[in-house]
Ligand binder design. Structure first.
Ligand SMILES: *Cc1c(COP(=O)(O)O)cnc(C)c1O
Length: 331
């Protein structure tokens, strides 16, 4: 494979461990579940976004940027990781956030503030209708101040960010060999699609016996089929040959476990989070990993993964996102 590898800046603690969940697996009676601990990529940098940001920051620096602009929900893990790596790199950051400014800066938002990010809040309807315009306005504002902004899309999901999980596939394949396992499935939570895109492309090119399944936490399976494919096509055109994208035959997304919507979860998600925490000491979050894990459990019960002895769950982080939901747990 002749790839034009872009520069990257190591930021994450890698490789992350791949650990079996023996008690949860035994309880379910399905395949052995392995967790890829991408919640351990860093303490406040916890989660999947940092793998993408290794490439996005390198690209920003190559372009001489001095401000990173990105977007997300008020409790965005991606926005928090971006704010912190900007501070680490000596750059400024500006976060375009969807929702009202809360009275208190809790969890991810507290970390955004500590990292010195400047923040602007927009009501959900305005954010949805005008996100590209909001980026353009902020870029212009920084340019007028003589600064060079670099725009990172929501979740860091684009051709540049895709490299993060493309590389994670090599890391996983090495761990499969060391552990002597051959999982047929790798599952993850899908929010902006970049994690699923990198994994799907990476496995299609490097180890096609592995199927990647994304559990959507917001939009539909059709939406993600298009979004993931668009990121893969853009990556192939920029870093390989366009034909290489044809290695990906399907983009598999399950949208049956979104529940009431992004950032909203039914009581069973909180029950699953509490059960996994006390059974395995593994902490999930209600926005992403809790929904995906819950979805995986239900699909194991339905027999969807009956053809594999091992299944890998990518723990994409998100622990700070748990704290604003403290009232949803009943003891
Ligand atoms: C952003 C995020 C995801 C989803 O990853 P995408 O690449 O945006 O689809 C999953 N889990 C957590 C904790 C996240 O912060």
């Amino acid at each position: 494979m002749n790839l034009k590898r872009p520069p990257h800046i190591p930021l994450a603690q890698l490789p992350t461990p791949l650990q079996p969940l023996l008690r949860v697996s035994a309880h379910l009676g399905g395949p052995r579940i392995w967790v890829k601990r991408d919640d351990l990529t860093g303490s406040v940098l916890t989660g999947n976004k940092i793998r993408k940001l290794e490439y996005l920051l390198a690209d920003a620096k190559e372009q001489g940027a001095d401000v990173l602009i990105t977007s997300g929900g008020v409790q965005s893990n991606h926005a928090r990781a971006t704010a912190l790596i900007a501070a680490q790199a000596g750059l400024r950051s500006h976060l375009i956030l969807r929702g009202k400014a809360p009275a208190e800066a809790d969890a991810n938002l507290l970390l955004d503030r500590l990292a010195g990010a400047s923040l602007s809040f927009y009501p959900a309807h305005e954010y949805q209708a005008r996100l590209p315009a909001l980026f353009a306005e902020w870029q212009q504002r920084f340019e007028e101040q003589g600064l060079k902004p670099y725009a990172i899309p929501t979740g860091g999901s684009n051709a540049v960010g895709l490299w993060g999980y493309f590389d994670a596939v090599g890391e996983l394949a090495g761990q499969f060999s060391t552990l002597g396992i051959e999982p047929n499935y790798v599952v993850c939570a899908t929010g902006s699609g970049g994690t699923q895109a990198g994994l799907t492309l990476g496995f299609a090119l490097q180890r096609p016996s592995v199927r990647v399944l994304g559990f959507a936490v917001c939009d539909s399976a059709e939406y993600f089929a298009e979004k993931v494919r668009a990121d893969i096509d853009a990556w192939a055109a920029r870093y390989a040959e366009p034909e290489i994208a044809a290695a990906v035959d399907t983009v598999d997304t399950c949208d049956d476990y979104i529940g009431p919507g992004y950032g909203k979860a039914d009581p069973e998600i909180f029950e699953t989070i509490a059960w996994v925490a006390r059974t395995e000491g593994l902490v999930l979050d209600p926005v992403y990993t809790g929904k995906a894990f819950h979805g995986m459990i239900q699909e194991i019960r339905k027999g969807r993964f009956a053809d594999t002895e091992d299944i890998v769950f990518i723990h994409t982080g998100g622990v700070f996102g748990l704290f604003p939901y403290r009232d949803q747990f009943h003891w």
